[in-house]
Design a binder for this molecule. Structure first.
Ligand code: SF4
Length: 416
């Protein structure tokens, strides 16, 4: 078994990450579909081998926190029995495929993406030539509809589009739907071949560069898209193709096919996971720090709120991102979750006006590695605050205690 990795690696069951509260064990769930029996078992294992806390990742994975190193092997065997462990760490790391949690439930979807995503997941696990892909190299298979993945970024993305000649995937590289570079189209059944050929092209081209890039966007800056296209198979259509339009995403609360439940800062405990598993036959993981419960009955609504779930897309807690911070992360010196909750309470007017707040334990910005309207960066037990900035940016307000930081954010006008 591979030992715990240092911070900066992409953690998995076979390559857990050491954090201050113990090992962080990321469970990759194929297609994001978790049978309720497996969810109940994971809850039991998280209590027995970890500290009972679970994070929902932006790549639709479950992360068990606080796992004791001496219990990792027993935990791994239990997860293997659930079919949630790859053959080895390399194939585990490369299985980084995100697809719509709403697939099969959403009549507005252009394509039913799940079988294509699972075929790609299987190809990545079995094709050893692709195991050299960098650990965070990610792919998206987006069938569209109300649970689309337009604002998630990926190195290779397949976005369903309805064309006069039929429904195809638009293939694009290095970004979210709006920013990724279009490469052409592929038929749904050709998706694994197209993805494998593009990934192989990435590996070949990066090896020719003096400082081989780890992400597709960086490769494109060095080589452009044409050399990738030349090496790709199963693609048709023009190199330049406009991104398809997507509707406003709406997944929380009661929807025709599911109940969507978010958790503040993507954190829940094993009791909540177990409680959710009792309400539906399957849980679907999302990249939005939320779970979907397909077919959950009317009684589930009150039950999930009792478990700490959030059903309202406009809940102020959802406008605040926060990493683990202290005490979970070695780099953190502030209790980011507590401070983020205080901001969600105190700055309702700012958040209701559509402003976003990011409480980051340090300049790394794990929870939201992008600009937010208000970014708090932890330092020496307090915060620096910067506006419309990345974590660690030159601050507008520096050296504030957590209480001062909360008051400062609450006093900001939404018009800054
Ligand atoms: S951003 Fe937060 S979770 Fe990431 S390293 Fe810093 S303190 Fe830790």
């Amino acid at each position: 078994m591979t030992g715990p990795m240092r911070k900066g690696y992409c953690p998995g069951v076979l390559a857990p990450m050491a954090a201050r509260d113990g090992l962080l064990v990321r469970i990759r769930v194929p297609g994001g579909r978790l049978p309720s029996a497996s969810a109940r078992r994971i809850a039991e294992l998280g209590r027995r081998h970890g500290n009972g806390l679970i994070d929902l990742s932006q790549r639709a994975n479950l992360q068990l926190r606080g796992v004791r190193p001496e219990e990792l092997e027993a935990l791994t065997e239990e997860l293997r029995a659930l079919g949630l462990v790859s053959d080895d760490a390399a194939s585990e790391a490369v299985r980084n495929v995100l697809t719509n949690p709403t697939a099969g439930l959403d009549r507005r979807a252009v394509l039913e993406a799940l079988p294509h995503a699972l075929a790609l997941d299987a190809r990545l696990a079995s094709d050893k030539a692709l195991h050299a892909l960098p650990a965070k190299f990610a792919m998206i298979v987006d069938g569209g509809g109300g649970g689309h993945l337009a604002d998630s970024a990926a190195d290779i993305r397949f976005d369903a589009v309805a064309l006069p000649r039929g429904s195809l995937y638009r293939v694009a590289l290095g970004g979210d739907l709006a920013s990724a570079k279009g490469l052409g189209f592929c038929a749904p059944n050709d998706l694994p071949d197209a993805a494998a050929s593009i990934a192989a092209a990435f590996l070949e081209l990066r090896a020719t560069l003096p400082d081989p890039p780890r992400r597709m966007a960086a490769l494109l800056r060095a080589t452009g898209a044409e050399p990738v296209r030349e090496r790709a198979s199963a693609l048709t259509g023009p190199l330049e193709s406009p991104a398809p339009e997507r509707p406003a995403r709406a997944v929380l609360g009661r929807k025709p096919g599911w109940l969507g439940v978010a958790f503040a800062f993507g954190r829940l405990d094993c009791d909540a996971l177990e409680g959710m598993a009792a309400l539906a036959g399957e849980l679907r993981l999302t990249p939005w720090r939320a779970l979907l419960l397909p077919g959950a009955g009317a009684a589930a609504t009150a039950a999930v709120e009792g478990l700490g779930g959030i059903l309202d897309e406009n809940d102020p807690r959802l406008a605040v991102a926060a990493c683990s911070g202290a005490p979970g992360c070695e780099a953190g010196t502030t209790d980011t979750h507590a401070d983020a909750r205080a901001i969600a309470d105190a700055a309702r007017a700012l958040l209701a006006a559509g402003r976003t707040v990011h409480v980051s334990g340090c300049a790394k910005g794990c929870a939201h590695p992008a600009r937010a309207d208000v970014t708090l960066t932890g330092r020496d037990g307090g915060y620096d605050i910067a506006l419309n900035a990345l974590p660690g940016a030159p601050p507008t307000y520096a050296g504030l205690s957590p209480e001062e930081a909360v008051r400062t954010v609450a006093a900001l006008s939404s018009e800054f």
